[in-house]
Write a protein of this length. Sequence first.
Length: 451
Amino acid sequence: MNINVGDIVKGEIIDFTHEGNGVMKLDGFPIFVEDALIGDMVSVRITQSKKSFANGVLESLIRPSAHRISYKFDTRALGGGVPLIEYSYEKQLEWKRNKVYQDLLRIGGIDVHVNPVIGMGHPFRYRNHSQVPVGKVDGKAVTGYYLRKSSEIVPMDEDHLQSEVADQILRTVRSWVDKYEISVYDKNSGEGILRHVGIRTNENNESMVILVTTFSQIPNKFQLVHMLVRECPGIVSVYQNINPMNSRFTYGREYIHLFGKEKLTDYIGDLQFEISPDSFFQINRHQVGILYGKARDYLEGSRDDIVYDLYSGIGTISLFVSEDVKKVIGIESVKAAVKNAEENAKLNNVDNVEFHYGKAEDLFPQMIKEGKAANKVILDPPRKGCERDLIHGIMELGPERIVYVSCNPSTLARDLKLMVESGYRVEEVQPVDMFPHSAHVETVVALYKKD
């Protein structure tokens, strides 16, 4: 189809991409549109035209979707991470369930029932870790998120995805910036001191604040610590993070402890976890308890079981299932996470887990050859899924049960295809909505070895 940059085209949005952009088709030719929802009739200006697809921006909304909703707050201020926020939550969950089903069918050739997505009763205020840019508008400090593909911060007084105490922390930071005339980072010039404010909160509304700066010196930083402690109940820790790089990563490698405890204690169910400023911890503690609970159910652990937890992170799943089984062996490629996992096991008085540092695709086959066999396996890989060598190693081991926790339905389908071809059966598929209003969905799958 002949579509050129600058053309104005009209049509109806029929789907979302994996990033949450709207999809319209003209004579079968796909056009991807930012800020458009399923059911919208739109006018679109083409910004990029390729042989097999085009990208466009919304020129006008001819007829809104019947499932568009509005809020009292400006949804634009939440940045590009929640592209579905104006789509009704019920319809979001339906779309995510269908995405998992379609990816399993289209990529994996697996036609299996997918359970309804487990959503949240109130899909707001769920983020326990925020990384918020700092800037200035008309000489006044602002915090907010960048417009998509832009260096412009949309000022935000209240972030409805994070806790209220995090909102108060940002108000205090803005007051400090204005009072002491602190230089803030300019994304275009690369100049300025204060770049972001990281905020971690636990279920008790205790908080760790992380000030991200371009270099180590911050004028009046202890005045800020004093203001935070005085104005923000529950501040237990303050760090400075130094990030001189102009990159997509918020945090740099160096952390300086300024105040309070070195770690923040959070909980998933009855388990405690000590969180360092650089620790990975699931952003939605309510939903992760449900997700890991499903993984535990699917494992059907018994006191004779030895379980491999591959991509074990800071040990959350290992500790979750440890009570049901004889032993859990975790493998993780991030050395700091292995240390955290060992510390978390001690913190929770769990003595039937062990954690090993290395790449799962290398270390797992080696440990099997050394006689450390197991009868069950849990997988929780990153978005890229499992390395093929690891899947081959698992198939050679032939565990009676595999539980696969995935954050990407496409790579999940690819990996399950190999497992099904090797003699496994997909028994149950349960999506969980970890990131409401985004296009992401977590899925836990139970696989059993065919007799």
